[in-house]
Write a protein that binds this ligand. Structure first.
Ligand code: 4NP
Length: 173
């Protein structure tokens, strides 16, 4: 029997620029931390504009330049996925609002958080990862740097807090 994994979704608007970047960066950070088998990461969009498409060419370019091997097909988030996901990380406040509207219960709404809030260096008034769509490569490089910083904070929190609590609740602690 395969062990259950803690499930983390990254959600932006189109699921071609920011959330695929976050997904790949965090998956590789988890693997480096030896947690790849305990956490499943995936990404979605609140919109369906790019359903089935690969990530944006500049997202792919930045990820490859930084040593990652992205594979992607864009998908819109479905309401029922909120129930089967442990943590739903919005890239900006509009994504956060849209996800909270999609949620059916308080428990589902409580799963929705801003990804950048896991970056201990993020200013309290600036916890978004800005949309780089239509912008030049340096905007995508900036998104990468923000995802890497938030991802390091996220992995530290998963390791120290979320995974031990989740395992204990499953009776595996
Ligand atoms: P993303 O960027 O939400 O980071 O994937 C966008 C991609 C596409 C669109 C908007 C934002 N669009 O309007 O098609």
């Amino acid at each position: 029997m395969t062990e259950p994994t803690y499930r983390v979704a990254f959600v932006c608007l189109g699921n071609i620029c920011r959330s695929p970047m976050a997904e790949v960066v965090v998956r590789d950070l988890l693997a480096d931390a030896g947690l790849g088998g305990r956490v499943t990461v995936f990404s979605r969009g609140t919109g369906d504009y790019h359903e089935g498409e690969d990530a944006h060419a500049r997202t792919l370019e930045v990820l490859r330049a930084r040593g990652h091997a992205p594979r992607h097909a864009a998908r819109q988030i479905r309401r029922d996925e909120l129930a089967s996901t442990d943590l739903v990380l919005a890239l900006d406040r509009m994504n956060e609002r849209d996800l909270r509207k999609l949620a059916r219960t308080d428990a589902e709404r409580a799963k929705v958080r801003l990804f950048r809030s896991f970056d201990p260096a993020a200013p309290r008034h600036d916890v978004e990862i800005p949309d780089p769509w239509g912008k030049p490569l340096d905007a995508f490089e900036h998104v990468y740097d923000l995802c890497a910083a938030a991802g390091r904070g996220l992995v530290a929190w998963l390791e120290a807090e979320a995974l031990p609590a989740w395992s204990a609740a499953l009776g595996r602690g």
